[in-house]
Design a protein around this ligand. Structure first.
Ligand code: NAP
Length: 253
């Protein structure tokens, strides 16, 4: 056990070796957290942690592999025995390995003919991975005096937006990625409702349209700018529970 100091805050960010998750991890470390950088490729996680500094630790974590989740949580249990913040950030926009532009994603991810394998693979990470990691981390979160869970969603998952005929985002809604974020929003509320009575806060937040590997770096916001709202929510200890926000402020579900 590394520290018995109960004022020391401990965080785990999934998919923290690059992109928005890495920005969140940097901000947490800068604000005094010990932050575990979940990375499905441990070497990438180690590299990213070394760039952040002593407060950052790499942990192998593939959110689609229960054994990997178990081992990551066991490591934190052994080293600190609790978790104050879980950021479910890991996400994919498609099932392949070669990058795809947003246009290619829409063209190959159409509800009418996309393969179920494609949908299942993306939902496995973006939806079921969040449920699996959250459930496994709950005993550790329950050891915190004020535990929080932040799910990195997308404004594209807002059904209120997408059902409005005037909304610009309609043409970007698809059954593979955007609908996985709608499902994640529902998952967020389900955990928020159940955990409210235990004082554990659960919120969803969206980055801006950010230049990352997820969109083949087509996003129009820089990493720093696009990550600002998820960073704010990750650092917010006195905020609400059951909320959904983006760069524009409060988002409708
Ligand atoms: N960029 C945007 O415009 C935008 C907008 C709205 C929402 N978001 C959300 O923001 C979050 C972060 O995405 P990003 O834009 O920063 O993209 P990114 O740079 O591609 O980062 C995604 C991260 O998730 C990791 N990951 C993917 N599958 C995983 C798995 N099975 N287990 C563990 N980690 C896994 C990736 O690992 P590898 O490095 O190994 O691939 C990477 O670290 C996602 O949830 C995304 O949906 C992004």
């Amino acid at each position: 056990m590394e520290s018995q100091d109960h004022n020391q805050l401990i965080a785990l960010v999934t998919g923290a070796n690059q992109g928005v998750g890495n920005e969140i991890a940097k901000a947490l470390a800068a604000n005094g957290y010990i932050v575990y950088l979940g990375s499905r490729n441990l070497e990438n996680g180690k590299k990213a942690a070394a760039e952040i500094g002593d407060n950052a630790k790499a942990v192998q974590l593939d959110v689609t592999q229960q054994e990997s989740i178990n081992a990551a949580v066991a490591k934190i249990t052994g080293e600190y025995g609790r978790l104050d913040l879980l950021v479910n950030n890991a996400g994919v926009s498609h099932a392949g390995t070669a990058p795809k532009t947003p246009e290619e994603l829409m063209a190959t991810g159409r509800a009418v003919n996309v393969s179920l394998d494609e949908v299942r693979t993306v939902w496995e990470t973006n939806v079921f991975g969040v449920i699996a990691v959250t459930q496994k981390a709950l005993p550790l979160l329950r050891k915190s005096a004020a535990a929080r869970i932040v799910n990195v969603s997308s404004s594209l998952g807002s059904l209120t937006w997408i059902s409005d005929p005037e909304c610009w985002a309609r043409e970007h809604f698809g059954i593979v990625y955007a609908a996985s974020k709608t499902a994640l929003n529902a998952v967020t509320l389900a955990f928020a409702l159940e955990l409210e009575k235990e004082g554990i806060k659960v919120n969803a937040t969206s980055p801006g349209y950010t230049a990352t590997a997820l969109n083949n770096f087509q996003g129009t916001d820089s990493l720093e700018m696009g990550s600002r709202e998820p960073v704010r929510v990750a650092l917010e200890t006195d905020g609400p529970t059951g909320g959904f926000t983006g760069p524009e402020g409060k988002l409708p579900w």
